[in-house]
Ligand binder design. Structure first.
Ligand code: BTN
Length: 272
C-alpha cells in the first residue's frame, strides 16, 4: 500500500491534504513536469512511491507529493524531518536523454529550488554543493537524486512553514524554514507550482543547451566557494579551501598541502 490516504482532486473537500493535484495543475503551464501528480497524506517516502510508479511505467515528469513521511530520507542514509502539513516533500520522475549524472541533476535541481524560494518568498538563497539550499547560513532545503533503471527519481524537501522549535534538537541550529526566516507563513501551493516550473526550466536547459550556463549560475550562488571546508567522501574526510565546481560538476578543493582534489560525491561541512 502506498500511503494512508490518497488525496485526489477531492482532497480539498475531504480536508486531508492542504492541496490537491487539480489545484496544483490549475494554470501550471508546464509541458512535462507535473502532467501527472499524485498527492498523499502520509507515505513512507515519496521516493519509494516514485520507484513503484516507475515500475508501473509512469510518464516522465510525474510528481509525487506527501503531507508527511514516516521514513523520509536524505543523502548518505540520513533522515529527512517530515512533519505533517508544513513542508514540501516531493519526488519527480525523470527519464533524461543526455544528462543523467546524479551530480549534475542535483546541481540543476538545487538551482530550481533556490529560484523557486527566491521568487515566491523573496528570500536570498545560496546553494551548497551539490544539493543544499541555504538561507542565512542554515539549510532550508535538500535534494536527493536516486536511480531506478533508466529513470532518475529527484527528491526535494523544503522546510516551509516549520516552527524553529519543532526541528529535532540535532538539527535545530543548522536547519531553517521559510517561516523562520520570514516570520510569516508561505503558501505551499504557490511554492510547489513555482518549483515545478523551475524544475522544468532547468531540465529543459540541461537537455537543450547543456551544463555550461547551469554551472555558471551555480558558481554565482555558491555558499562554499572560498571557504574552509571538510568534505566527507568515500569514507574519508578531506579538509581544505573550496575552490570551485568544475565543468563536470565536481567540487574542487585545495587541500592544506596545496594539492587540488576533485570530489565527485561527498558531504561538505563549512569550517569557517
Ligand atoms: C538531503 O538533503 O540529504 C536530501 C533531502 C531530500 C528529502 C526529500 S523529501 C521528499 C523526498 N522523499 C524522501 O524520502 N527524501 C526526499
Amino acid at each position: 500500500m502506498r500511503g494512508n490516504a490518497f488525496c485526489s482532486a477531492a482532497a480539498g473537500e475531504s480536508g486531508v491534504c492542504d492541496f490537491s493535484a487539480d489545484s496544483i495543475k490549475n494554470s501550471l503551464g508546464t509541458k512535462i513536469v507535473g502532467r501527472e501528480i499524485h498527492v498523499f497524506d502520509r507515505v513512507s517516502s515519496t521516493q519509494d512511491v516514485a520507484r513503484e510508479l516507475v515500475q508501473e511505467h509512469s510518464a516522465g515528469g510525474t510528481v509525487i507529493l506527501a503531507e508527511s513521511q514516516i521514513n523520509g530520507r536524505g543523502r548518505f542514509g540520513k533522515r529527512w524531518f517530515s512533519p505533517h502539513g508544513s513542508g514540501i516533500l516531493a519526488s519527480v520522475i525523470l527519464y533524461p536523454r543526455k544528462f543523467s549524472k546524479v551530480n549534475v541533476i542535483s546541481i540543476a535541481t538545487a538551482l530550481a529550488v533556490a529560484n523557486a524560494i527566491g521568487k515566491v518568498a523573496g528570500l536570498k538563497t545560496l546553494v551548497k554543493w551539490p544539493n543544499d539550499v541555504i538561507i542565512s547560513g542554515r539549510k532550508a532545503a535538500g535534494v536527493l537524486v536516486e536511480t531506478a533503471g533508466k529513470a532518475l527519481i529527484v527528491g526535494i524537501g523544503i522546510n516551509v512553514n516549520t516552527d524553529a522549535e519543532d526541528f529535532p534538537q540535532a538539527i535545530r541550529e543548522s536547519a531553517t524554514s521559510l517561516l523562520r526566516e520570514l516570520g510569516r507563513k508561505v503558501s505551499r501551493i504557490a511554492l510547489i507550482k513555482e518549483l515545478l516550473i523551475q524544475v522544468e526550466h532547468y531540465y529543459g536547459e540541461l537537455e537543450d543547451s547543456g551544463i555550461v550556463s547551469i554551472l555558471r549560475e551555480f558558481r554565482e550562488l555558491s555558499y562554499v566557494n572560498g571557504r574552509q571546508v571538510t568534505v566527507f567522501s568515500n569514507g574519508r574526510d578531506f579538509e581544505g579551501e573550496a575552490v570551485n565546481v568544475d565543468d563536470d560538476g565536481a567540487l574542487v578543493i585545495r587541500l592544506d598541502s596545496g594539492v587540488r582534489k576533485r570530489i565527485l560525491t561527498g558531504e561538505v561541512r563549512v569550517v569557517c
